[in-house]
Design a protein around this ligand. Structure first.
Ligand code: MGD
Ligand code: MGD
Ligand code: SF4
Ligand code: MO
Length: 706
């Protein structure tokens, strides 16, 4: 029997696990452990284990589609590329390049993202390039750039197991970064204490020594009160503060206004618990912080991240093994898409576009007069501009904003107003359905390239099978459009050639090459030279600011953009489940994952449920000022009172019909973790005798092709 094993990287989350695809007759038939992979040592979570199931689905996109009279018609590559190139060229001339925008993809490779931002800046000449990091760790990048000078995980995943205390806030690590969760459990087995702060008693909280339930949107109050305790009891690291930081007086002034008794009614956490966790964090000897969307997805997300950094800096918990500030990056290549410059304010390597000298260097290398010399629009700003008719053309690679963006009723309106929308995906998603042209892309297991995982580890992909039908790697498609537009600099023959250009212009990747990544060596950026071994731990002797110091800021607590009132009395928070991934385009097409959780639900506390007359399993209507959905209730003590939770994976009960698009002023992050809602019981309809039963949600889902 002709079976081969192809070692590559899981296409789902940012942990970056290695796995082996079992290939028989040009099909992936299973997944086998890659035991010597340095991170996961053969272990995988359910998504990784079943990550081949969506690959050979017969509803994969296999040919370009052009919309004619409201219907998609299959087209040849030549027709589709010619149409896009001429339309982009025409619109650029008619309306100006700034009426166009591109969304890159945290699912695609570094090489593809690099080419996408080059396409936006060079071929179209627009500063408007962004991607889903905006809805994810945009505030981590902004907050940590302010405090440490660099916005990535400071330590590695395996390093966490050497911590004496792991402080987890706003991260459901065991469900959403299961292989980081493995390091947390290893730390615990070696005697470390685990503290989890979260409004939900989630799978991670269940592993904690101390679980601290608290109200969504009150993180800054909790941090300030913890720091009040630390400073008033003299538990801070005075040496570290003196030698390695500045801004302590401003921080102290703010924090000393925030005793735990002040924070208790705001956060719902007893003052004694705040004191206890503060003392534990400050005195363990080696405390690491893990955080994710519970911290970042707020209109005060940058403030939250600065608060995390303040706590670590005053305790000297940074720059050595077992400590650190670890924003767990979500998508398989979101770290890489940011590194590659798919952000409206920086080119690759976080180099600011408004820097004249830098632009001159890039323009010289890329043979253009200049790059757009202003900061472009972010995702939500692009949607708003489309709605106002200011953005007329949009090229989306590997994103599904019709399910993932806040306030999707508004997003739909905005996308429908566009004159020309190109969507490049592996499936006909809810967003692709609105496109003028749909382009079929190859998926991760079908291509070559690199992903950069949450721990800044750059890893090589190996194609296990060929893409279906005429689907092509994203970089090939983008380059064909650019070449058809007559733009130079897109004559790449392979992902490897693109990576060579990446290394040339990106200081953190300068010492990397496919030859080095082939080994597999663990190359964590920064890796500035060919003989440099990479940098597993950041900020060891100094921080990334020019003076080498970390900066402390006083951060006053601000309530969320929308707080409960008489009309909308409950707090709605949204997030993820172990078995599903984002908009479900892949995980809902995996029969094993789909069988575990076929549709969404609303978590509600038993006391709130009793007050509203909501029974477990009953259908309820959830309403906010933006929209409403019907969904089944799950009555559970695992969520605190006055809060409800909806996972955002399911379009038929879409959390984002409800969420608010209020933005963080620094990072333009929408407040996906808090808004106000009301919940009503949906009366059970009395059916006339003999009427057909109402179609269950499952049938509707099947009809949709999942
Ligand atoms: N299974 C699975 N894994 C994934 C993904 C997926 O879709 N499915 N997506 C990947 C991506 S892109 C990302 S970004 C990560 C995200 O990973 P996580 O951040 O772990 O995911 P979430 O479920 O969005 O939110 C985490 C926790 O924040 C809590 N929370 C809600 N409000 C607040 C608050 O105000 N403060 C605090 N401190 N906590 C709050 C929620 O109760 C939840 O338990 O997961 C990655 N991994
Ligand atoms: N309410 C609420 N909303 C949220 C969040 C939340 O916590 N709550 N979290 C936010 C976060 S953190 C994130 S990261 C976003 C995610 O938002 P999105 O990025 O929009 O979600 P995905 O489902 O990951 O979409 C990726 C798309 O890429 C396609 N794809 C996969 N591989 C490839 C490839 O190789 N090439 C191409 N061209 N396409 C590919 C998939 O089929 C899918 O349609 O959602 C955000 N939205
Ligand atoms: S932890 Fe993430 S990278 Fe690892 S197998 Fe699961 S989804 Fe894939
Ligand atoms: Mo994310």
């Amino acid at each position: 029997m002709d079976i081969k094993l192809v070692p590559t990287i899981c296409p789902y989350c940012g942990c970056g696990c290695g796995l082996n695809y079992v290939v028989k007759d040009e099909k992936i038939v299973g997944v086998e452990p890659w035991k010597r992979h340095p991170l996961n040592e053969g272990k995988l979570c359910p998504k990784g284990n079943f990550s081949h199931e969506f690959i050979h689905r017969d509803d994969r996109l296999t040919t370009p589609l052009i919309k004619k009279d409201g219907k998609f018609v299959p087209a040849t590559w030549d027709e589709a590329i010619s149409l896009i190139a001429s339309k982009f060229t025409e619109m650029k001339a008619k309306y100006g390049p700034e009426t166009m925008a591109c969304f890159a993809s945290a699912r695609s490779t570094n090489e593809e993202n690099f080419v996408m931002q080059k396409f936006a800046r060079v071929a179209i000449g627009t500063p408007n390039i962004d991607h889903c990091a905006r809805l994810c760790h945009g505030t981590s990048v902004a907050g940590l750039a302010k405090t440490l000078g660099s916005g990535a995980m400071t330590n590695t995943i395996t390093d966490i197991k050497d911590s004496k205390l792991v402080f987890i806030i706003g991260s459901n690590t065991l469900e959403d970064h299961p292989l980081v969760g493995r390091s947390v459990i290893r730390a615990k087995e070696s005697g470390a204490k685990i503290i989890v702060c979260d409004p939900r008693f989630n799978m991670t909280a269940k592993q904690a020594d101390i679980y601290v339930p608290f109200k969504s949107g009150t993180d800054v109050a909790l941090f300030n009160a913890m720091m009040y305790t630390i400073l008033s009891e003299g538990l801070e690291n005075k040496e570290f503060i003196k030698n390695r930081t500045k801004g302590f007086d401003a921080l102290k002034e703010e924090v000393m206004k925030c005793p735990p008794e002040w924070a208790e009614p705001i956060t719902g956490v007893p003052a004694d618990t705040i004191r206890k966790i503060a003392r534990m964090y400050a005195t363990s000897g080696a405390s690491s912080i893990l955080f994710a969307m519970g911290i970042t997805q707020h209109a005060t997300g940058t403030d939250n991240v600065v608060s995390v950094s303040n706590l670590a800096l005053i305790c000297g918990m940074i720059g050595r093994p077992g400590v650190g500030i670890n924003p767990l990056r979500g998508q398989n290549n979101v770290q890489g898409a940011c590194d590659m410059g798919c952000l409206p304010n920086v080119v690759s390597g976080y180099q600011a576009v408004i820097n004249d000298e830098l632009r001159k260097k890039y323009a010289g290398l890329w043979n253009v007069a200049d790059l757009p010399n202003k900061v472009g629009l972010t995702i939500v700003e692009t949607m708003n501009a489309a709605d106002e008719g200011k953005v007329k053309g949009l090229y989306i690679m590997g994103e599904n904003p019709m399910v993932s963006d806040p306030n999707v009723n508004h997003v739909k309106h905005a996308l429908e107003k566009l004159e020309f929308l190109v969507v490049q995906d592996i499936f006909l998603t809810e967003t692709a359905e609105l496109a003028s042209v749909v382009l079929p892309a190859a998926a991760g297991p079908e291509k070559q390239g690199t992903y950069t995982s949450t721990e800044r580890r750059v890893q090589l992909l190996r194609p296990a099978v060929k893409p279906p039908g005429q689907a092509k790697a994203d970089w090939e498609i983008i380059c064909s459009i650019a070449k058809k537009m007559g733009v130079k600099g897109f004559d790449f023959n392979s992902a490897k050639e693109i990576f060579q250009e990446v290394a040339k212009v990106t200081p953190q990747y300068a010492g990397m090459s496919y030859e080095r990544l082939e080994k597999p060596e663990a190359l964590h950026w920064p890796c500035p030279a060919a003989d440099h071994a990479g940098t597993p731990i950041l900020h060891v002797p100094k921080f990334s600011h020019p003076d080498g110091l970390g900066i402390l800021f006083g951060v006053p607590f601000k309530p969320p953009a929308e707080v409960p009132d008489a009309e909308y009395p409950l707090v709605l928070t949204t997030g993820r489940l172990l078995y599903h991934y984002h908009t479900g385009s892949m995980s809902r097409r995996s029969h094993t994952l789909d069988a575990e959780v076929p549709t969404g639900f609303l978590e509600i506390n038993p006391e709130d449920a009793a007050k509203l007359g909501v029974k477990d399993g009953a259908k309820v209507k959830v309403k906010t000022r933006r929209g409403e959905i019907e969904i089944n209730a799950k009555v559970t003590p695992n969520i605190i009172k006055n809060h409800v939770f909806v996972p955002f994976h399911f379009w038929e009960c879409s959390a984002n019909k409800l969420t608010i698009d209020a933005l963080d002023p620094f990072a333009k992050m929408p407040e996906l973790k808090v808004c106000s809602c009301k919940v009503e019981v949906v009366p059970v309809e009395k059916k006339p005798a003999g009427a057909a039963p109402a179609a269950p949600i499952k049938a509707a889902v099947k009809a949709r092709g999942y």
